[in-house]
Design a protein around this ligand. Structure first.
Ligand code: FAD
Length: 455
C-alpha cells in the first residue's frame, strides 16, 4: 500500500510507522495531526487496515477533500484517504443508476455521467468534494422539489468496523442504509455509492438584482415554481442577487459568455477583486456597506446555457468561513427579519460583515441524519472572510436559527452538541442504536463525533 504525503517535513508515527503531518480544512477553520495517513489502493487493503486498527484498539477516520468547515473529518488516529478508490464502476441505462467508487471527486462524477448521457438531478455550488464526503455531511444544492445528494443514493457499499464489507439499500438493511447515507463517517468507510441519476440536460442560468423585500416575500412561492432558485443578500444593501437555474433538453442551444466576459465575471469580479474588497473592508470597516453595494452590483453574471455539470459550479478562491442552518420553511420570514436585526446590532457594535447571506431550499428526504429529514427546508448560510472574527456575527445568528427549529449543516461551522442535536433530529436515537450495532467500540470515533453524538 502506498503511503501518502511524503513531504520532507513528514515525521513517522512511532507506533504506527505511518507518515504524520498536520492537516487543515479548506478554510483553515480546524487543524489536526493524525497519528498517520494511509491511502489504500483496493477495497481489500482498506478492509485489512480497518480490521488491524480495530484489533489494536486504535481509531480511523476517512477524509474526502477536506472541504468541510467543521472538524468532522479530524482525527488523532489514522486518517484514511480514498484518493485511489475513484471512478465509475457501472451504469444501468435502463434505470439511470450509476455506481461510483466513493473517493470520486464530484467534478469527475459530473464528467463521467455526462459521457454516459446522465446527470445528477441537483448539485451544490462547487465540485471539489468527494462523493463520499458530500453525502456523509448532507451536501445539497437548491430546489424545493429536489433533495440533496444523499436523497438520491440507492445503495452504499461500506467497510464496517470489524473489517467486513456490506452493500446496503432500503431493502437489504434499511436501518443501516438510512443511518449511513448522511453518516458523518461514523458508520463505516464508504467504498461505493449507487446514485439515482436522470437523463442528461442542459441548464440555463440567469442572475439578476432584485429588491430584497420583494424577493423575501415571493421566494418560497417562486421556489415551488422553479427548478432551482437561490438568492444572495449582501448585508447593508436592499438588493438580492437572484439566481435561477432552469432545466432544458440536452440538445438546447449552448450559450456561453466569451472567455473575456467569463474571466471578468468569475475570476476578476468573483475572486480577485472580491478578495481585494474583503481585505479593504477588514482594513477600513466603515467602507464595508459601500463595498457590499459594489460587490452586489458586480456579481450578476451573464446568462449561460450549457451542460448541467458546467453550470451548477463556480470557482471559489476567496476563502471564507460558513455556518448554514436548515430551517422549516415557515421560519423563513422570521429568520430573515431576525438576521437583519442582528446585522444592524453588529454594525452598531462596530462589527461589519462583508460576505452575503445565501438562501436555498430542499425537498424532504428520509436519511435519518439529513438536515431535510421529513420536511422541506430553507437553508440560510452566513459567511465571513476567513481571517475575520466570526463569533460576533455567527453566535447570535446561531441562537436565532436554533429558536426557529434549525438544524446545522454537518460540514459547516456550528457549536451544537449531542443533546441539542437529538432534539432537532427525530431519528437521532435510532441512528445511535445502529452505530452501536456496527461500531460498538468507536473505531471510527473522534473528539468531534463525541461532541456531536455524545459517545
Ligand atoms: C467552497 C465550498 C463550497 C461548498 N458548497 C456547498 C454547497 O453548495 N452545498 C453544501 O451542502 N455544502 C457545501 N459545502 C460543504 C461541503 O460540501 C461538505 O462539507 C462536504 O462534506 C465536503 O466534502 P469532502 O469530500 O471535502 O469531505 P470531508 O470534509 O473531507 O469529509 C466530510 C465527512 O465525510 C466523511 N467521509 C469522507 N470520506 C468518507 C468515506 N469514504 N466513507 C465514510 N465517510 C467519509 C468524513 O469522515 C467526514 O465526516 C461547501 C464547502 C466549501 C469549502
Amino acid at each position: 500500500m502506498k503511503l501518502i504525503h511524503r513531504s520532507p517535513q513528514n515525521r513517522q508515527h512511532p507506533q504506527s510507522g505511518y507518515p504524520q503531518h498536520t492537516r487543515t480544512t479548506w478554510a483553515s477553520t480546524a487543524a489536526w495531526t493524525p497519528a498517520g495517513h494511509a491511502a489504500p489502493h483496493t477495497e481489500q487493503e482498506l478492509a485489512n487496515l480497518v480490521r488491524r486498527t480495530a484489533e489494536r484498539g486504535g481509531t480511523l477516520r476517512p477524509i474526502g477533500s477536506g472541504h468541510s468547515f467543521s472538524p468532522i473529518a479530524a482525527t488523532d488516529g489514522l486518517q484514511l484517504s480514498l484518493e485511489h478508490l475513484t471512478g465509475l464502476v457501472s451504469v444501468d441505462p435502463a434505470t439511470h443508476r450509476a455506481v461510483f467508487r466513493a473517493g470520486t471527486p464530484l467534478a469527475v462524477v459530473g464528467k463521467e455521467l455526462a459521457r454516459q448521457g446522465l446527470a445528477l438531478q441537483n448539485m451544490g455550488d462547487i465540485d471539489r468534494q468527494t462523493l463520499a464526503g458530500a453525502i456523509s455531511t448532507g451536501t445539497h444544492g437548491t430546489g424545493l422539489g429536489l433533495t440533496g445528494l444523499s436523497g438520491t443514493v440507492v445503495s452504499l457499499r461500506l467497510v464496517l468496523a470489524d473489517g467486513s464489507t456490506v452493500t446496503v439499500s432500503a431493502e437489504s438493511d434499511p436501518e443501516l442504509f438510512h443511518a449511513a447515507r448522511v453518516g458523518l463517517g461514523a458508520f463505516g468507510v464508504l467504498t461505493e455509492v449507487e446514485i439515482q441519476c436522470v437523463p442528461a440536460y442542459r441548464l440555463r442560468c440567469e442572475e439578476q438584482l432584485e429588491p430584497l423585500e420583494a424577493v423575501v416575500e415571493s421566494f418560497l412561492e417562486r421556489s415551488a415554481a422553479q427548478d432551482h432558485l437561490e438568492f444572495f443578500w449582501f448585508p447593508y444593501t436592499r438588493q438580492a442577487l437572484v439566481k435561477t437555474l432552469t432545466h432544458l433538453p440536452a440538445d438546447a442551444p449552448v450559450h456561453r459568455p466569451s472567455p473575456v466576459r467569463r474571466f471578468v465575471g468569475e475570476e476578476a469580479l468573483g475572486n480577485t477583486a472580491y478578495a481585494a474588497m474583503c481585505r479593504a473592508g477588514r482594513a477600513v470597516p466603515a467602507l464595508q456597506p459601500a463595498l457590499n453595494r459594489l460587490a452586489a452590483w458586480g456579481m450578476p453574471g451573464p446568462a449561460v446555457t450549457d451542460d448541467w455539470h458546467r453550470v451548477y459550479v463556480s470557482s471559489r478562491r476567496v476563502r471564507f468561513r460558513e455556518m448554514e442552518y436548515a430551517l422549516p420553511v415557515e421560519s423563513f420570514a422570521p429568520a430573515m427579519s431576525g438576521l437583519q436585526r442582528i446585522l444592524t446590532e453588529a454594525r452598531a457594535a462596530g462589527h461589519l460583515v462583508g460576505f452575503p447571506v445565501e438562501v436555498r431550499t430542499a425537498a424532504p428526504d428520509d436519511a435519518w441524519l439529513s438536515t431535510a429529514y421529513g420536511s422541506p427546508r430553507v437553508y440560510l448560510a452566513v459567511h465571513e472572510f476567513f481571517i475575520h472574527e466570526h463569533q460576533p456575527y455567527f453566535e447570535p445568528v446561531e441562537r436565532l436559527f436554533g429558536e426557529l427549529g434549525g438544524r446545522p449543516h454537518w460540514g459547516k461551522m456550528h457549536t451544537l452538541r449531542a443533546a441539542e442535536l437529538a432534539e432537532r433530529h427525530p431519528r437521532f436515537a435510532d441512528a445511535l442504536r445502529v452505530r452501536d450495532r456496527v461500531d460498538p467500540d468507536g473505531v471510527f470515533g473522534s473528539a468531534h463525533l463525541r461532541r456531536l453524538l455524545g459517545r
